[in-house]
Design a protein around this ligand. Structure first.
Ligand code: ADP
Length: 387
C-alpha cells in the first residue's frame, strides 16, 4: 500500500519567527504577488527609474529594516485606534479564559501594518506565529503540513488570503471551524479519507482585496477589521520614532514633510526616511530638516500632495483623454501603461481617499480637487470622449 500524501513540515518548523518570515519563506511567497512580479528587488531604493515610486516601495519588504522598526506590542503601535481597541478586547478575553484567540481578518492597502499586527497578536498572547501566504499553499497537503505542525494556541498568519486556491479554501473551512481536516490518501480501490486533528489555532488572514474573498470564507472570521491610511499626525510620530531608532537626526519640520508625502503608509515612511537620510548626507549636513526632506522627495518625484508620477499620469489621463470621465479602470490602465490590479491596489485607494477621483457606477471621475492638482485646464461644455 502506498501513501500519496507527503506532508513536509520542515519549512514551517523554524522556531524563530523573524527567521522564518524574513529569512526565506516570506520573500519567496512575496515574490509571487502581482506587485512584486514586476519588481523583485528586495533591498535599497531602486536605482533604475521605477514607473511608480510607491508601487516599488510597497512591493519591497526590507527584511532588516522591517525587523528593526516593527512596533513590538499594542502600546508601541501608532494609529488604527478602532482596530487596536477591537484586538485588545479579543486578546483580553482570550487570555482571561486561557483559550486560543478567535480567527481574525485584517484588510486594507499594502504597507499599513497587517503583518506587524499578526506579530503583535502573538506577542500579546504569549504564543508563536507562523507566516505564510495564499499563493504558497498550492495543495491541500501543503495546508495539512502547515496546520498539523501548529501548536495549541499558535497563530497562523496567511498573507494575501484572497489568492488561496478554491480547493485549499474548502479544507480551510473545516480546519477553522472544527479543528480537523479530512484528507484523501492513496488512489483507486485503496483510496480513503483520513481525519487529522489540528490543535486549536488562530488564523489571522490578511488581504488587500476583501471583495475577492468568498462569503463562506469571510463568515468564518469572528472579527473582520479594516486598516485605514494613517493621518499625517500618526505618521509624524512614526517618522520621529523610527529616526530615533535608526539614529538619524530629523527635526519636526523634516519629519512632518516626510509624513505628509508618505501617502498614509508606514512602509513608505520607512523608505522615505532612508532616502532623505542619504540625501541629507550627500547634499546637506546629515540632518533631515524641512528643506532637505522636501528636496529629497522632489528628487523622487513625490510632490507636496504625496502624489508620485503614476498618480499624476492617472489624473492627467482622466483630464486630457476623457475630460474628467467617467471611465473604467481597465481603460485608464491601458492609457497609462500600468496593470489594472496595481492601479486598484496601490493608486486608486489613495486617490479616492484624498478626494482626487471618485468611483461611480459608470467609472472613475476626476473631482474638483483632482482637476486642481492635475495641471490641465478644464474645458467646460466639452463632452467626455467616452460618450
Ligand atoms: P502589511 O502587512 O500591511 O503590508 P507591514 O505590517 O509589513 O504591512 O508593515 C510595513 C512596515 O511598516 C513594517 O516594517 C513596520 O515597520 C511599519 N509599520 C506598520 N504599521 C506601523 C505602525 N502602526 N507604527 C509604526 N510602524 C508601522
Amino acid at each position: 500500500m502506498s501513501f500519496r500524501l507527503v506532508i513536509d513540515c520542515s519549512e514551517f518548523e523554524q522556531k524563530d519567527v523573524s527567521h522564518s518570515f524574513f529569512g526565506g519563506n516570506a520573500l519567496s511567497f512575496f515574490q509571487n504577488s502581482p506587485m512584486a512580479k514586476k519588481k523583485t528587488e528586495q533591498n535599497g531604493y531602486a536605482d533604475d527609474a521605477p514607473r511608480s515610486y510607491f508601487e516599488d516601495a510597497l512591493a519591497r519588504k526590507d527584511a532588516t529594516l522591517d525587523q528593526a522598526l516593527r512596533p513590538p506590542n499594542f502600546d508601541d503601535f501608532t494609529g488604527q485606534p478602532r482596530t487596536i481597541e477591537r484586538l485588545r478586547v479579543m486578546v483580553g478575553a482570550a487570555r482571561r479564559e486561557r483559550r486560543a484567540l478567535d480567527h481574525i481578518l485584517l484588510h486594507g492597502p499594502p504597507g499599513l501594518g497587517k503583518t506587524t499586527l499578526a506579530l503583535i497578536l502573538a506577542e500579546e498572547m504569549g504564543t508563536k506565529v507562523k507566516i505564510t501566504s495564499g499563493p504558497v499553499i498550492e495543495k491541500p497537503a501543503d495546508l495539512a503540513g502547515l496546520l498539523t505542525a501548529l501548536e495549541e494556541g499558535e497563530i497562523l498568519f496567511i498573507d494575501e488570503i484572497h489568492r488561496i486556491s478554491k480547493v485549499v479554501e474548502e479544507f480551510l473551512y473545516s480546519a477553522m471551524e472544527d479543528f480537523r481536516i479530512d484528507i484523501m490518501i492513496d488512489q483507486g480501490p485503496n483510496a480513503r479519507s483520513v481525519r487529522l486533528s489540528i490543535p486549536r489555532f488562530t488564523l489571522v488572514g490578511a488581504t488587500t482585496r476583501t471583495g475577492l474573498l468568498t462569503a463562506p470564507m469571510r463568515s468564518r472570521f469572528t472579527l473582520q477589521t479594516r486598516l485605514d491610511y494613517y493621518t499625517h499626525e500618526d505618521l509624524f510620530k512614526i517618522v520621529k520614532r523610527n529616526c530615533a531608532k535608526l539614529g538619524i537626526a530629523a527635526d519636526d519640520g523634516g519629519a512632518m514633510e516626510i509624513a505628509r508625502r508618505a501617502r498614509g503608509t508606514p512602509r513608505i515612511v520607512n523608505n522615505l526616511i532612508r532616502f532623505a537620510r542619504d540625501y541629507a548626507l550627500e547634499r546637506g549636513n546629515g540632518a533631515i530638516d524641512q528643506k532637505t526632506a522636501a528636496a529629497a522627495l522632489e528628487l523622487l518625484e513625490i510632490d507636496r500632495h504625496g502624489l508620485d508620477d503614476m498618480d499624476k499620469r492617472i489624473l492627467r489621463t482622466l483630464a486630457l483623454n476623457y475630460n474628467g470621465g467617467p471611465v473604467g479602470l481597465g481603460t485608464i490602465g491601458v492609457a497609462v501603461g500600468e496593470d489594472e490590479h496595481t492601479l486598484e491596489e496601490v493608486h486608486e485607494p489613495y486617490l479616492i481617499q484624498e478626494g482626487y477621483i471618485a468611483r461611480t457606477p459608470q467609472g472613475r471621475v476626476l473631482t474638483e480637487k483632482g482637476w486642481g492638482v492635475c495641471g490641465v485646464e478644464r474645458e467646460f461644455g466639452k463632452q467626455s470622449t467616452l460618450f
